[in-house]
Design a protein around this ligand. Structure first.
Ligand code: FAD
Ligand code: SF4
Ligand code: SF4
Length: 398
């Protein structure tokens, strides 16, 4: 499908040019020209007074031979010389998909000086590791990593690719999918295999989170998706596992990487590194006022925890959105989640229900959060939090 201008019909009135939200229309020799920036949104079509703009069906001439594609791949994101938690979580889930399909599970490792990670990903479930290392790959770049990953896919033809729905995964996944001519389901919260077709069933929230949609990719390969961090548990490593490391020469060229890293400034994620946090103390509307979040932060400091918030607290401007836990915030899976003055709406639970232990403090004994809490305290959070903080401080002091 493409949006085109019929030059014979165009009267050069220019009405379409300002109607394009992407600046994709220019006028040349008195005719409208649609450039590569067009996203096919269609906004310009009804604007044209002489109906010179239309959608054109482009016949699909390339028929994919799907039988050539097999195996499940997991893209391993590396941070600080270690695989990110989400990559390990996906190895656990990828293992299940690969076993169900009777195929291999492979890890994709791109970078510089990352070979030492191969054993860790094999212990986490991978049968083999595609490893591409080069000086140009020392830091993530859209151009460099896209080139290498696309080349690997074209060479080895995987059937399924899982990436974390992180900043890098959300950047790399769609670009690679476009290069290899397939689709991508973004931000999944559930994975499975549809029994009749053997296709991956990608489940993700849709329509603002009001329904869960399950998406299939029947006609193209690989089937690709990004998956939210902390939805799945990390597998228990099995150090006795062995696997093959397949070295793939990098096709990244330094002069084709358009972004240049001039300097790296370490920004402390401090209390909002929620996705990797082992303990989270979260506050909701029941905190009453923004100043009371100091009580949450104090407890978090004593416990070495991150600080979360419900959407109500974020919408009230008490905490920035990066602290929001839930369906439209972050999905977390800490060992301990302490919910303070949070009612336990379904959209909040969607982001923290895989926590190992949930402790809830709420003045309403019927608050839904108690339905999923392992421990509950009924009372005023403003009174209880300082007592808890003091007690933990005392215990930690020995
Ligand atoms: P409330 O529901 O108002 O609950 C406050 C709680 O605090 C109550 O249970 C009350 O008993 C208790 N309380 C009051 N005072 C005290 C006190 N002094 N001491 C102890 N307890 C007290 N929400 C999210 O959190 N994350 C999301 O990502 C998210 N996404 C959404 C997406 C969509 C499409 C929609 C429609 C909604 C979404 N929501 C999300 C909003 C969600 O439905 C709830 O409105 C929200 O979670 C409520 O936040 P809360 O529990 O802080 O506030
Ligand atoms: Fe612009 Fe949308 Fe028209 Fe493309 S279809 S030229 S993006 S208005
Ligand atoms: Fe041509 Fe139609 Fe655009 Fe006018 S609105 S310039 S007639 S394509």
């Amino acid at each position: 499908m493409a949006v085109i201008v019929n030059k014979a019909e165009c009267i050069g009135c220019g009405a379409c040019e300002p109607s394009c939200p992407f600046g994709a229309i220019t006028m040349e020799d008195g005719k409208a020209i649609i450039t590569e920036a067009c996203t096919q949104c269609g906004a310009c079509i009804p604007v044209c007074p002489v109906s010179a703009i239309s959608r054109e069906d482009i016949e699909q001439t390339v028929v994919m031979d799907k039988s050539q594609y097999k195996d499940v791949w997991v893209y391993i994101e590396v941070s600080g010389g270690k695989p990110r938690n989400v990559s390990l979580e996906l190895l656990g889930e990828g293992r299940k998909l690969a076993d169900e399909l009777g195929q291999k599970l492979s890890a994709v490792l791109i970078g510089r000086g990352v070979e030492h990670i191969a054993n860790e990903v094999i212990a986490a479930g991978a049968d083999q590791v595609y490893l591409s290392e080069a000086p140009e790959l020392a830091h993530y770049s859209t151009d460099g990593y896209t080139a290498v990953f696309t080349d690997m896919i074209n060479k080895y033809k995987p059937s399924v690719i899982l990436l974390g729905a992180t900043n890098d995964g959300r950047d790399l996944g769609p670009r690679v999918a476009c290069r290899v001519g397939t689709g991508l389901t973004a931000d999944c919260t559930g994975l499975g295999i549809e029994p009749e077709s053997g296709l991956v069933a990608w489940t993700r929230p849709a329509f603002g989170g009001n329904i869960m949609a399950t998406i299939l990719c029947p006609d193209h390969r690989p089937q690709m998706g990004t998956v939210r961090p902390s939805v799945f548990k990390r597998p228990v490593p099995d150090e006795t596992r062995t696997g093959e490391i397949i070295k793939v020469a990098s096709v990244a060229k330094a002069d084709e990487i358009r972004t240049k890293i001039l300097n790296i400034i370490q920004v402390s994620m401090g209390s909002c590194n929620l996705e990797e946090a082992e303990i989270i103390v979260s506050g909701g509307r029941g905190m009453g006022k923004p100043e009371n979040f100091a009580l949450i932060e104090e407890l978090a400091k004593v416990l070495g925890a991150s600080v979360g918030a419900s959407r109500a607290a974020v919408d009230a401007g008490w905490k920035p959105h990066m602290h929001q836990v839930g369906q439209t915030g972050k999905t977390v899976g800490p060992k301990i989640y302490i919910a303070c003055g949070i009612s336990g709406a379904i959209q909040h639970l969607a982001g923290m229900s895989s926590s190992d232990v949930v402790i809830a403090i709420n003045k309403d004994p019927d608050a839904p959060i108690f339905g999923m809490a392992d421990f509950g305290v009924v009372g005023d959070v403003v009174e209880i939090l300082p007592l808890l903080t003091e007690e933990f401080r005392r215990i930690k002091a020995g």
